[in-house]
Design a protein around this ligand. Structure first.
Ligand SMILES: Nc1ncnc2c1ncn2[C@@H]1O[C@H](COP(=O)(O)OP(=O)(O)OP(=O)(O)O)[C@@H](O)[C@H]1O
Length: 624
């Protein structure tokens, strides 16, 4: 099926064939990377299958074919392939668009892999109850509720429509957005975020993940919006960057020779990575080429859990800027979209990590536990507690601080494996996702509606010229209006009409000028205030620097005095023990005393200033 996801198309761009309420486990043959050797089609009707595996049919108690579920707890004994229930996800873009307070969480289950199946058969640690709830069947059995639970048979396209599409709409409207995949190694994060990337960048496949789909949709929407608002001269500009955090070091995936890049903070830009390459993109093909280039540079390795395990966190960022003109003003808006594929958490025992892999794993686990700590602290903050959020304890959390508890609409996709062999990791991912749901963000539209001051000033000048011209015309001597009214000739009628028209133009222009003047006054006032603030802060910084210098020289003097006193003590001890003659002692003592006097003199000279600065310091501390 074609996979183009044009926003205007009524039907989803590709749809799965109609399924029975109990769909077969996703055919791993669909994805060449997935579950090699897993049985492709699963035989038998639901009831036959349930009977064969000893599964209890709970359909009667729940009712309705779509809700029919089996109790998979007894599958411990089942060796035959089983069918799992399919729960359709709710496509409600408004749900994610409203989330500017809380973080949205979607849990995604992947099919049991061939390796898991070989080792543990179809034994599961989870039972999904609906498209929002699932139960972990360990001890004690625990039920979890999320915004969405995507079952094993949910397609990449459906997942995009549920979480990716609203994210694009948000960013186009000027919000920052962040989508990140979390989960143990091999749980399906890269499959979810990237999936299959086509070589030529033209065609998406069924296995293409969220990122390529997001850009296919983004460029279709940009085209649509620019056409719809042609009168406003609406234009979008998109620029992308791609980085990885490996062993706590940031590398540019589009320019791999740029390593150990630093994170900086800026009042306007927010948190950003210095010297990171940014590429302008205007089509899915452009983005696909960047993705392919970046993915090829990413640190990958084989572990026991995943033959192509990503050993770094990757962040693909797109800044979507738009500008348009309305009411003689230039409007600017931008949204930053972060697409994050985290390195997988892992137990060293299961992943078989040694040497370099072990060092990587330790770094991965450390930054993920900082992420967990940041999330726990943010939940406390959301509950009204005043806490320090340790964003700076890892590069990952420092870089993502706006997406966590800041100005961003954030969605977390928590990937899990349903197999019993990952039971503990699955539980820990579910707990992480549950906590993340409670974070409170504060997303705002990034828009500069005041326009360009210079352009406004130019426009006002032009309008003033027109106004003077019209005033001159109006004041020019002409025949009295009653003559014109009574004369009845065409020429006179036209003159009257022109006069009337020009007086209408005049009042319209007057209105326009006064409106623009108001806007300009507002902009200039804000600019002046900002300049005043900057000047005040600069003066304070200067004061503080002088204070620091003074303190520095003062403490240097004090250190010297202490040294002199120490030496004096030593000399006194030696004199008391008769180790030096008393005249020799007196000569040394004299020299030391004159040095001390010099120091005291200097201190005394600077004292008036010191007192003044001490007062200033106190005042500044109070002010701060
Ligand atoms: N929903 C799914 N359907 C089919 N196959 C999947 C699905 N999710 C993951 N897979 C397959 O499972 C394997 C592991 O997935 P993936 O590489 O995405 O895991 P990961 O979480 O990114 O791991 P790591 O953290 O080690 O990089 C891949 O072969 C992938 O194609």
């Amino acid at each position: 099926a074609p996979s183009s996801s044009s926003p205007s198309a009524a039907a989803p761009p590709f749809s799965l064939p109609p399924r029975s309420p109990l769909a077969a486990i996703a055919d791993p043959g669909r994805n060449p990377r997935s579950a090699p050797g897993t049985p492709k089609s699963l035989a038998g009707t639901p009831r036959a299958c349930a009977a064969a595996s000893g599964v209890r049919d709970r359909s009667s108690s729940i009712g309705g074919a779509a809700k029919r579920v089996f109790d998979l707890r007894d599958l411990a004994a089942a060796e035959v392939p089983v069918e799992v229930p399919h729960f359709e996800l709710d496509e409600d873009p408004a749900f994610w668009m409203d989330r500017n307070v809380q973080v949205g969480v979607l849990v995604r289950l992947r099919p049991i892999s061939a390796a898991e199946s070989t080792a543990y058969g179809q034994k599961r640690c989870l039972i999904q109850d609906s498209s929002k709830t699932l139960s972990w069947t360990g001890h004690p059995e625990t039920m979890f509720t999320f915004d969405h639970v995507a079952c094993e048979t949910i397609s990449q396209e459906k997942l995009f429509r549920v979480v990716g599409l609203p994210m694009v709409e948000n960013c186009m409207s000027g919000y920052n957005g962040c989508l990140f995949a979390y989960g143990q190694t091999g749980s399906g994060k890269t499959y979810t975020m990237m999936g299959e990337l086509s070589k030529d960048g033209n065609e998406l496949s069924n296995d293409s993940g969220l990122t390529p789909r997001i850009f296919e949709y983004l460029f279709a929407r940009i085209k649509e919006e620019e056409e719809r608002r042609r009168e406003d001269k609406l234009k979008y500009i998109c620029k992308c960057s791609f980085l990885e955090i490996y062993n706590e070091q940031i590398t540019d995936l589009l320019e791999p020779s740029s390593t150990n890049l630093q994170i900086r903070e800026d009042i306007k830009k927010g948190v950003y990575v210095e010297n990171l390459m940014e590429c302008y993109v205007s089509s899915v093909k452009d983005v696909m080429l960047l993705l392919l280039q970046g993915v090829a540079n990413r640190k990958m390795a084989a572990t026991n859990m995943n033959s192509e395990s990503s050993r770094s966190h990757s962040v693909f960022t797109c800044v979507i800027e738009s500008h348009w003109e309305r009411d003689s003003m230039t409007h600017l808006r931008f949204g930053r979209l972060n697409l994050v594929d985290l390195a997988g958490s892992e137990r060293q025992k299961s992943s078989g990590a040694e040497g370099d892999r072990l060092k990587e794993a330790a770094n991965i686990n450390r930054s993920l536990s900082t992420l967990g700590l940041v999330i726990m602290t943010l939940v406390d903050v959301a509950n009204g507690k005043s806490r320090h959020v340790p964003y700076r304890d890892s590069r990952l959390t420092f870089l993502l601080q706006d997406s966590l508890g800041g100005n961003s609409k954030t969605t977390i996709v928590a990937n899990i494996s349903p197999s019993i062999c990952s039971s503990n990791e699955t539980l820990s991912t579910l707990k992480f996702a549950q906590r993340a749901k409670l974070i409170q963000n504060n997303a705002k539209v990034n828009e500069d509606a005041s326009g360009d001051v210079m352009a406004l000033q130019r426009q006002i000048e032009e309008l003033k010229d027109q106004l003077t011209c019209l005033r001159k015309q109006q004041n020019a001597p002409g025949p009295p209006s009653f003559l014109l009214l009574n004369s009845g000739s065409d020429r006179e009628y036209n003159t009257l009409a022109e006069d009337h028209q020009s007086s209408c133009d005049l009042s319209l222009l007057k209105q326009k000028v006064s409106h623009l003047e108001d806007v300009l006054v507002g902009s200039l006032r804000r600019e002046k205030l900002a300049e005043l603030d900057i000047r005040k802060l600069e003066a304070e910084i200067k004061h503080l620097n002088r204070l620091v210098d003074l303190k520095e020289s003062d403490s240097q003097r004090l250190r010297m005095m202490l040294k002199l006193r120490d030496e004096k003590l030593k000399r006194l001890h030696m004199l008391a023990d008769d180790l030096v003659p008393s005249d020799g002692y007196m000569v040394e003592e004299n020299a030391a005393m004159s040095q001390e006097i010099q120091l005291l003199q200097k201190q005394f000279d600077e004292n008036p200033q010191l007192t003044q600065f001490a007062f200033e310091n106190k005042r500044l501390i109070e002010q701060v």
